[in-house]
Design a protein around this ligand. Structure first.
Ligand SMILES: Cc1ncc(COP(=O)(O)O)c(C=O)c1O
Length: 377
């Protein structure tokens, strides 16, 4: 079976190091350890007494309790702590998907589950998110795409790369389709908590139906991607099968990451981290929209309801990849071309960054745009 690389992550890992204006990340600007320790009032002496040992493989009980408290009706026994949401997604694909199954995925979306499924030889059924309708689900296509071999409907909510949050009607359609054919809803919710236009967090799919696995991590909404700490929340009888695969994949997340995640998820610290993330996201999006107005008619964006990302549509006489490569080579600016998410004529731009840096990078994006337009005219 041919191997399908993970296009977005390959692009990022090959391009992002050393770039001066990196707008390709999807989370908010990361915290420093010093800032986290101060915010969470961590007793460093106690922390440094920790043995550099293997931690409890499925996650400390106290950490899993803290995570479970974020999900209605969940307990520590529903939680498996993983190395980022990345590992959680891979464990779920390897556990649930079997030959002959199909999986429904939305487009555009972060293609980690889809890529894992393709590499397992699973048929993918793509359902479009409709840009002109604010990235709404094509509900007729969704209803038509599920059948009794549909094992998973995969949802990224809020979405990467659009920042869209599913409407009530779209959520209901997903739940109805899953229920009709007995499919699992695998809900990657790493951007929940990064809402831009409201303080109400995006509701989890957990608890909406019996067959739901919810995924999250410290990477995006908390600005702590370097902890490489994530989790999944699943019905208790599913946990052993996922845990057995976790022992193969990584054995466990690291001791220190579990400790720091537990501090970060303490209610008072979590609230401060959320406030920080939302502040960066809201200011950053305003700066981005202001800068994109410099070339009327060239750029448009469905305002993201959450996340640091905007999926910007552009009208220029070159493709998404060519535009991104010129930005990188000529302006030292990195964005992700839309074709990495299956859509031409777009780029993904992350704007939850310190203001002066963001403004300078946007000025460079506009400078290249002016040059392209001048040469085209
Ligand atoms: C939707 C989605 N899920 C998972 C991940 C990976 O998250 P983590 O850093 O927790 O492994 C990303 C990273 O971009 C993402 O966008």
């Amino acid at each position: 079976m041919p191997f399908h690389p993970f296009a977005v992550e390959q692009f990022l890992s090959e391009m992002e190091h050393g770039v001066r204006f990196n707008f390709s990340e999807s989370g908010v600007h990361p915290m420093s350890y010093a800032a986290l320790f101060a915010m969470a009032q961590i007793d460093t002496e106690a922390l440094f007494d920790t043995l550099v040992d293997y931690p409890q493989v499925n996650g400390f009980q106290t950490l899993r309790e803290r995570i479970a408290a974020l999900y209605d009706g969940a307990g520590a026994e529903n939680v498996l702590v993983t190395v980022g949401a990345t590992e959680a997604n891979t464990l779920i694909a390897n556990t649930l998907l079997e030959p002959g199954d199909n999986m429904v995925v939305f487009r555009p979306t972060y293609e980690q589950m889809a890529g894992n499924a393709r590499n397992l030889g699973i048929e993918l059924r793509l359902v479009n998110l409709i840009e002109d309708e604010g990235w709404a689900v094509d509900r007729d296509a969704l209803a038509a795409s599920v059948d009794d071999r549909t094992k998973i409907i995969h949802v990224v909510n809020p979405n990467n790369p659009t920042g869209g949050v599913l409407s009530i009607a779209d959520r209901a359609a997903i739940l109805a389709s899953a229920e009709r054919v007995g499919a699992w809803i695998v809900a990657d919710e790493v951007y929940a908590g990064t809402e831009r236009a409201t303080d109400i967090p995006t509701a989890s799919f957990w608890g909406q139906e019996a067959r739901v696995i919810a995924i999250n991590s410290m990477s995006k909404a908390y600005g702590l991607p370097g902890l490489r700490l994530g989790w999944l929340v699943a019905p208790q009888d599913m946990i052993p099968a996922l845990w057995r695969r976790h022992e193969y994949a990584s054995i466990s997340a690291s001791m220190m990451s579990m400790k720091l995640a537990e501090h970060a998820l303490a209610p008072a610290t979590r609230a401060k981290l959320t406030e920080r993330a939302r502040g960066l996201i809201r200011r950053g999006f305003e700066t981005l929209t202001e800068a994109l107005q410099e070339h009327p008619g060239v750029f448009s964006v469905v305002p993201p309801q959450a996340s640091a990302m905007s999926f910007v549509k552009f009208d220029l006489p070159l493709g998404a990849e060519a535009f991104a490569l010129r930005l990188l080579r000529e302006q030292d600016v990195l964005v992700i071309p839309g074709n990495k998410f299956g859509l031409e004529g777009h780029f993904r731009f992350s704007s939850a960054l310190p203001e002066p840096h963001l403004r300078e990078g946007l000025a460079r994006l506009n400078a290249l745009t002016s040059e392209i337009l001048a040469n085209a005219g």
